[in-house]
Design a binder for this molecule. Sequence first.
Ligand code: NAG
Ligand code: NAG
Ligand code: NAG
Ligand code: FE2
Length: 440
Amino acid sequence: MEKRFSLFFMVTLFLLQFIQLCGAAVDYIRPSARQLSFRAHNGSDSEPQQVHISLAGKDYMRVSWITTDKQVKSIVEYGKSPGIYESSATGESTSYKYFFYSSDEIHHVKIGPLDPSTTYYYRCGGAGSEFSFLTPPSTFPIEFAIVGDLGQTEWTKSTLDHVGAMDYDVFLLPGDLSYADTQQPLWDSFGRLVEPYASTRPWMVTEGNHEIEAFPIINYPRRFKAYNARWLMPYQESGSKSNLYYSFDVAGTHVIMLGSYTDFDSESDQYMWLQADLANVDRQKTPWVVVLLHAPWYNSNQAHKGEGESMRQAMEEVLYKARVDVVFAGHVHAYERFTRVFDNNADPCGPVYITIGDGGNREGLAMKFVNPSPSISVHREPSFGHGRLRMHNNTHAQWSWHRNNETDAVTADELWLESLSSSTLCNQVEMPSKSLKDEL
Ligand SMILES: *[C@@H]1O[C@H](CO)[C@@H](O)[C@H](O)[C@H]1NC(C)=O
Ligand SMILES: *[C@@H]1O[C@H](CO)[C@@H](O)[C@H](O)[C@H]1NC(C)=O
Ligand SMILES: *[C@@H]1O[C@H](CO)[C@@H](O)[C@H](O)[C@H]1NC(C)=O
Ligand SMILES: [Fe+2]
């Protein structure tokens, strides 16, 4: 990090944390965060760095990377054998300024069409190291690795080790990536830390509060400036007007990424987009519908209590009527799983709600849960870890939560899910939820 900016960054960081503290409950303790793990770039200026990939519409992948050298072309060469690149595609590059910081050149190139379940070897910018990735399958089974509030500490490394130790197809992140918190070089460090994972499997992310990086009163810089430049997601491909919410289909699963930090009221673009997106879902093609967002709608931790409530009130019924199967959230640095819920009550046709904000960020764990535990909360625990959602077929999926346990990732919670699209009980659209409660 450049030293001349360090005082400036410390002051801005302090201000930002002060602002965050003012809005948060202060009566919980966050113990034993681990140290920041800063990664420097040790290659040449033209060497691609921070390589990551994301799904970009049916059979396409977006390759994103950064070069210090602004002359490097936005080109990706790729093929099915190492060192032999029979295809290539060009894209675009961008950069941004944040106070005195100027980002390096950020390249985004869409490649495809690609075959499913196939390893592709690729090279960025016409030179440098070879990378490879595996495309997701076109049919079941498919496995998602899911973890929120990742950060870049020694705990993050432990979580990523556990993620990498078992195979998976697509990585999902419900917000709070780098915890750069205005210190822009930390975005670069985060990009380097996750590259071994994010260059080999698609990483699909949505924004958390730590991605905002704007100052309320002076209203500068533009909100999500670094996030939007660096983590471009397939919003255009899914008919959304904003990188802050989008959706995609992969192997029988429709995944919707919502934005907790942009408008969500019934007049908003996001709300209208969500309605249109759900109306287009064909449950024959994608029997599973999964939603991710940052601030949980259901949460019995004292941390961030009630912060997702206005979004829940605005959007819960839309998800319920569409028979969404699972809703994942982050933000609270702990694990919590609820039963199927609608409007604060157990409901067999509501989504299962899971908080998975336990990736390992510098703020530590949210230790204090509200007592007694609400009856709809099934499993809650303040430990770092990650989740796995494995869709076996049209009707059955398996959820598991893996606690970081030094050398092994211990499976600490497990659940079989049956898709709501295959439920005769829930397929009668006008079924009044209240009359079902007795049957639970
Ligand atoms: C550069 O960093 C990578 C990853 O940390 C490491 O494997 C490699 O040995 C480093 N190369 C040099 C020349 O330091
Ligand atoms: C779906 O997968 C589950 C779990 O593996 C299995 O029990 C069930 O028989 C499968 N259903 C079909 C239709 O294959
Ligand atoms: C790891 O898991 C084992 C077995 O479940 C348990 O005995 C041990 O206390 C755990 N260690 C940590 C650090 O959580
Ligand atoms: Fe958060």
